[in-house]
Design a protein around this ligand. Structure first.
Ligand code: OXD
Ligand code: MN
Length: 592
């Protein structure tokens, strides 16, 4: 029997979903249950309600139609890796790089926290689909949340509403997601994944990465677990298409850690000299990939929107993002100007003489503090993006020719090189390091090993994850080539050696040409690198062949240190590490 406040239950809800939702309603005892249908009328109603409840500020609707500002609690502005758990029956399943908790004990602890946790509040039932409608790769999730802000974000980030019920039909393989804000207190904050039950319970945080359960929790942590079981990959990767002037399209997927420019790269506009070239965005954060019947690797973007970092976004660094966020966008923790618009550090507009900072306090350029939080965000529908690839809606996905791994590294790693083969490429991804950013709570700017940019997102044992990558090779006749890039190398004075942003097209061009066997390279201890004559430097002002040699240089001393520092991760997961990884390490040492 359903609880009376669940009525009327929408006709498409199947008995499995209804049973689980009923249980959660009995646990959390909200005053009201609202079934979300994902319609525009519902969105408009929710926005009105959010404004009247002080959850959103309506921005100037002439300048920013459909745009709103949200301020989160200052203690709740980033992902919390220390409070994120993988709860599997055996600790080994979660592996040495995840926080593990025994599922029964954790379910009990969470039930304690959630009992009556929505009293006086509304529980929103959010049915959502990750992936294009009709795709055999798409997955259904149901998120129950007491946050209207989360509902409005989920509506942008996923395909929400009947499309999800329809995709689910009468099956019970939906992801069960319970999200309770509680009192937004780090003492009562836990982001828990139960991959064996396809369940997520997140309490105590309203921040995107912790609370929009379709994103990091389902699409990456639970997704990677399911992917291993079912023979596919859930990766922290953007997907883009490169179209040449004669219409050839080549798709690449690229992994970068959080806040390292994935959104910028995915929306890149080629420099003027690349007349007729076009970059198409399929996705900018997450890729689900599986070998297709033709032996190639196919990728879909499970998301429908962008949850991007605002600071540093401007018409120079990412013109397509600026167009994307000019309407229908939720801004979180940016500064609010007296003109009722938004601003952040690195915006095109100069700093306002005065404004309200991300915490709602008066701010002037003399304040000596940031007006926008360094991890302030925009949530915008992908359909706003002028460079959106029509293939983003293709249920089959796109065939991937190249995989790119890129960290944020001030030294050591050259601008670009190509791995010798798949196994070597997996080693390159597995040993990737990057400086930490504001996307996660904790110290910023320290190099840590972040294999495939998945350290915070792999929902199972990292050693088994490498094994899964290696095994996939056997199912591909034409595996993608694998590359490493580094846009962030600096000289001794701390100046970036490479201009980056749109000029990254030059790197992409070399990668695409390698995939089609059209350009040369020479062999180095690291892999294949472009010779100066292989790399397009034409029209790149103030950047000479000698500068290219500097940004590509391999410093043996730095590499000795790099290999030693890679050991730190390998030691952590040693008992699960595929032998191929040790062998690759030995080969690299020998080549150096
Ligand atoms: C994100 C992240 O929000 O990686 O995409 O933190
Ligand atoms: Mn991300």
């Amino acid at each position: 029997m359903n609880d009376p406040q669940l009525d009327p239950v929408p006709p498409l809800v199947n008995p499995h979903a209804l049973r689980w939702i009923t249980e959660q309603v009995r646990l959390t005892t909200p005053d009201r249950v609202v079934w979300c249908d994902g319609s525009v009328a519902e969105r408009d109603r929710f926005q009105e309600q959010a404004v009247s409840e002080g959850i959103l500020i309506r921005l100037d609707q002439e300048k920013l139609p459909g745009c709103y500002l949200h301020r989160s609690q200052p203690n709740d502005v980033a992902r919390v890796e220390g409070l994120t758990y993988i709860c599997t029956r055996s600790e080994e399943d979660a592996g040495p790089t995840n926080n593990w908790a025994e599922p029964r004990a954790m379910y009990q602890r969470l039930a304690g926290l959630c009992t009556g946790g929505m009293r006086g509040r509304t529980l929103y039932v959010v049915p959502y689909l990750m992936g294009p409608a009709g795709s055999t790769m798409a997955r259904v999730g149901i998120e129950l949340t007491d946050s209207l802000y989360v509902v409005l974000n989920m509506r942008i980030m996923t395909r929400m509403g009947n499309v999800a019920w329809e995709h689910l039909g009468d099956r019970d393989d939906f992801n069960r997601g319970l999200h309770c804000l509680l009192d937004i207190n780090p003492e009562r904050r836990l982001i828990c994944h139960f991959p064996q039950d396809n369940t997520i319970i997140s309490v105590g945080s309203g921040y995107g990465g912790n609370a929009l359960l379709g994103k990091k929790c389902l699409a990456l942590r639970i997704g990677s677990y399911l992917g291993r079981r079912e023979g596919w990959l859930a990766e922290h990767m953007l997907i883009l298409g490169v179209e040449s002037p004669d219409g050839e399209k080549t798709y690449v997927a690229a992994a970068f850690p959080s806040a390292c420019g994935k959104t910028n790269f995915a929306m890149l506009i080629p420099p003027a000299r690349y007349k007729g070239w076009k970059i198409w965005t399929v996705g900018e954060d997450i890729a689900w990939m599986r070998p297709g019947a033709d032996g190639r690797l196919y990728a879909i973007n499970p998301e429908a929107g962008y949850f991007g970092v605002a600071p540093g976004t401007n018409a120079g660094t990412n013109p397509n993002a600026m167009r994307t966020i000019a309407r229908d966008t939720l801004f979180t923790n940016v500064a609010h100007t007296p003109e009722n618009t938004v601003w952040w550090e690195g915006h095109d507009d100069p700093p306002p003489a005065n404004c309200t900072d991300w915490q709602g306090r008066p701010w002037t350029p003399q304040s000596g503090e940031k007006a926008a939080h360094p991890n302030s965000r925009f949530t915008a529908p992908m359909t706003n993006n002028p460079s959106l690839a029509p293939e983003a809606f293709d249920p089959e996905g796109v065939p991937i020719s190249a995989l790119i791994f890129g960290g944020r590294r001030a030294s050591t790693i050259p601008l670009v090189y190509e791995a010798f083969n798949w196994v070597h490429g997996v080693y390159v991804g597995a040993t990737m390091g990057s400086e930490t950013t504001a996307a996660a709570a904790g110290a910023v700017g320290q190099v840590r090993r972040d294999p495939m940019a998945m350290l915070p997102f792999c929902g199972y044992n990292m050693g088994w994850y490498f094994r899964h990558w290696l095994n996939l090779r056997k199912r591909m006749k034409q595996p993608p080539r694998i590359f490493q890039v580094n846009w962030f190398r600096k000289d001794a004075t701390g100046r970036f050696l490479w201009p980056g942003f749109g000029e990254n097209m030059r790197v992409l061009k070399w990668i695409v040409d390698r995939c089609h066997g059209r350009v040369g390279a020479w062999e180095t201890p690291l892999g294949w690198v472009p010779r100066t004559q292989d790399f397009d430097l034409d029209g790149l002002e103030g950047f000479s062949g000698a500068d290219f040699e500097t940004v590509q240089s391999i410093n043996i001393e730095e590499w000795r240190r790099e290999v030693l520092s890679q050991d730190e991760l390998f030691m952590r997961i040693y008992s699960y590490l595929p032998k191929e990884m040790i062998f690759q390490r030995e080969l690299l040492v020998a080549r150096l």
